[in-house]
Write a protein that binds this ligand. Sequence first.
Ligand code: N2P
Length: 370
Amino acid sequence: MAGKFVGAALVAAGLMAGAGQVAAQAQEEKVLNIYNWSDYIADDTVKNFEKETGIKVRYDLFDNNEILNSKLAAGKSGYDVVVPTAQWARLQIDGKLLRKLDKSKLSNLKNMDPAIQAKLAGIDPNNEYLVDWLWGYTTVGINVNKVKAALGGMPMPDNAWDLIFNPKYAAKLKSCGVSFLDSPSEVLPAALLYLGKPAYSKNAADYAEAGKLLQAIRPNVTLFSSSGYINDMANGAVCVALGWSGDINIARQRAIDAKNGNVIEVLVPKTSAALVFDTMAIPADAPHPNNAHLWINYIMRPEVHASLTNKVFYANPNAASLKFVRKDIADNKTVFLSDADKQRMAAPEAVPADIRRNITRIYTKFKTGL
Ligand code: N2P
């Protein structure tokens, strides 16, 4: 990390010399520190960027927003690009933890789908801080044959959420493995939606009800995981998961590649589910903001954005990329939701601090089973 301080010193020297921002940028060391979700990038994305720019990328992984947020809140993370989910990014903007984008350096913004930019503007007015990386939704994934077998003669429920939230089903599925995302801010919105409440309710009574629901199904949960569950699904150790759409499709692909007979499927709830927009942002104290802009602009190239979707089965926000997305993926309605499905899903919304504390408290009680 010594490089970080050298870079900061160079920037400071450039400004002191009165050379202005341009010279300071020219002197930025050729390093870029990225903090992104696991299983969320193509094999050649970093390599091609490094080759083209001569910038050395350090690429670290996380698997929930709580971890990323605590790093940013502590400050001096050393990261130049981070990928918070939109409603968390809103809190980080409010906390002055992120830096405004310099759109003059982002010529590829023209490639972005105006509908997605408009949706994100609900969180980040005028799209000043955030550029969408990929998007998906939080949902239920199943191992088709194992679930059928565990349910015995019971037919599949019409509402996919019943599999994990209704003890009638969950108690049977426990025998083949039930996994939940290990993140308060993912589990509570799903539980609220199951109860017919708003995913981002501001009402404490709704959370109390969700807490009761979670307590009731706790004995049936066999795993808490936000990344390892992909392989557990693929190899048959888990038969039903509260997970993210793309991750479950990755599990499906891994099972196909392994020819292990596990048939994994992403269910699209007929009721509602939380849409997930993960966004590229630059921390306020990023040591290499110019390199960060180069990276963000590179990702927005149509071929690059398409290659992410082709590898990890999350939809991308890049209208110009669609012709480079593999046809079977572009046509896959569990990846690019139909308009009708999208309409029913819950758009991101930030919740106030007291509700967030409540969410953490209820989740901790749920997970520890106390
Ligand atoms: C990547 C998960 C990203 C979706 N594995 C949740 N933000």
